[in-house]
Design a protein around this ligand. Sequence first.
Ligand code: MRU
Length: 346
Amino acid sequence: MTDSHDQVRAVAWVDGSLQLLDQRRLPQFEEIMVLEDCKSVADAIGDMVVRGAPAIGITAAYGAVIAAGACFDAHPDNWRKDFKLDLEVLRQARPTAVNLAWAVQRMWEASETLEGDPVPALLELAHAIYKQDIKANHTMGELGATFINSGSAVLTHCNTGSLATGGYGTALGVIRSAWSAGKLTTVFADETRPWLQGARLTAWELVKDDIPVTLLVDGAAAYLMKQGKIQWVIVGSDRIASNGDVANKIGTYSAAVVARHHGVKFMVVAPSSTVDMNISAGDDIPIEIRPSAEVLDVAGIAVAADGAQVWNPAFDVTPAELVDVIVTERGVVEQPDLAKMTAMMV
Ligand code: MRU
């Protein structure tokens, strides 16, 4: 399901196999990888062939289908033992985005009551997870856009679009809906060092979907806000704690602090599969530390002084007090706290 402002798909199940658009190669090359075993799916998630919290959940669901098929073929009477191990490999591929663990858990629970070949039922569930994500994104797009006044400009961070989800996007879904409603004058996108999700992916998606985009280096966002040029910062999330603290791409916290300082509103858009009610506060969210090479090199070329050490957290945590509104497909929570998050999630 695509429309004229939503042309891109990161994940596809075609003729019985899993296809991923290799996001490491964008925007220069649009290459498809075909994955045939569970370990390759986990590696593709870890290496960021596919990335973005909902997209890696969907990918893991299809990885589970592949794993179940292989385990059943090898041991039809005792396939769940190896299947469980494979699911653990998928679950551990990246630690911060809870959508991954959420999807793996759904696949496991569905498998527990199956008899005979598990593939048809699990494939149906993976397709449902995929479709539900796109539907949730459209719902969130409509809900989030109601907060935006006509004539507004917005800033987004990382990539939260069709590449990061089943389609349409979370924060980028709100931006798509607000754009379609004629409310936006300008969409600014942080380039999002070090992996450049903004420059390479968000800009690529928006250009492809005919939505004008203005890129800026991450350090320019504060100056943009000081000049009164944006009304909203709109971001996605990889995990939201039960008190409303939000883990998202490194640099999100800086954007939230600066937004509050300049009276710019801050919106977080994420499906309820991103909310982790088992985590009481952001400090308990595991933060992935990525390889040094992502900082030392750009496109495979060394750009830093030889011998420099690196700290490369992939995510940070924005405290709930800096968030004006969390938008999910279940509804919106303004000035989030435990009571409001609990009321939304029950
Ligand atoms: O490291 P990435 O590219 O997987 O990080 C992605 C993000 O931080 C996104 O903002 C988040 O997953 C929300 S995407 C809908």
